[in-house]
Design a protein around this ligand. Structure first.
Ligand SMILES: [Zn+2]
Length: 203
């Protein structure tokens, strides 16, 4: 199975067939897609004016989309390396963290689905690296009551997520499944009281 970097080389290959270069970019998203595959593709297409179904998109736009993805991946991998280092040190010092924190990291290790978006068309609009930067500062701070990406406090509990853990807090502002470690127990409890149904009936 080709790795992210060799796929990225194929996306850049000026001799390559455009359909194949586009396909390679989509394959990159199987290795690293912060919002999940479909939502990350939608995000890149929107930001770089690529028609999602266009089999021979403008190669310049394709490369710009790849660059955005690569920048985000670099930010995330740097964070993960630091995290692994810190956890090793903490374990040596006998410091325990809540299991949920490590469970979350294990599930998204490598950066896939860090900020999964359930609806592929609803995701943050800022560059991926910037969004991940905000998420990382939240992971490195005390838990809070708002979405780490858009600062929205309207967070609802969804029971019908497409991927593990199948249920969780979703931001009504930017659409991400908010990583549980960044929310306070109070914020999580509040979210559990609000089901999307309630919002729909209130509207
Ligand atoms: Zn948000």
């Amino acid at each position: 199975m080709a790795g992210f970097r060799s796929l990225a080389r194929q996306v850049r290959d000026p001799q390559g067939d455009l359909a194949l270069r586009r396909y390679s970019l989509r394959k990159c998203l199987e290795r690293f897609a912060p919002y999940g595959h479909r939502a990350t593709w939608d995000h890149l297409c929107t930001r770089h004016t690529i028609e999602p179904e266009d089999r021979s998109p403008d190669p310049v736009r394709l490369v710009h989309a790849l660059e955005e993805l690569e920048a985000a991946r670099a930010v995330w991998l740097r964070y993960e390396a630091g995290f692994a280092e810190r956890r090793k040190r903490e374990k040596r010092e006998g410091l325990r963290r809540p299991g949920a924190f490590d469970d979350w990291h294990r599930r998204i290790w490598g950066g896939n689905g860090v900020a999964r978006c359930e609806d592929p068309a609803v995701h943050p609009s800022a560059p991926l690296a910037e969004v991940l930067g905000r998420l990382i500062s939240a992971l490195e701070s005390q838990p809070g009551a708002a979405c780490p990406v858009c600062a929205e406090t309207g967070i609802v509990w969804r029971q019908d997520l497409d991927c593990a853990p199948w249920a969780g807090p979703v931001c009504t502002g930017c659409g991400i499944v908010v990583p549980r470690p960044v929310l306070t127990p109070g914020a999580l409890a509040r979210a559990r009281l609000i089901r999307p149904r309630d919002l729909a009936s209130a509207a």
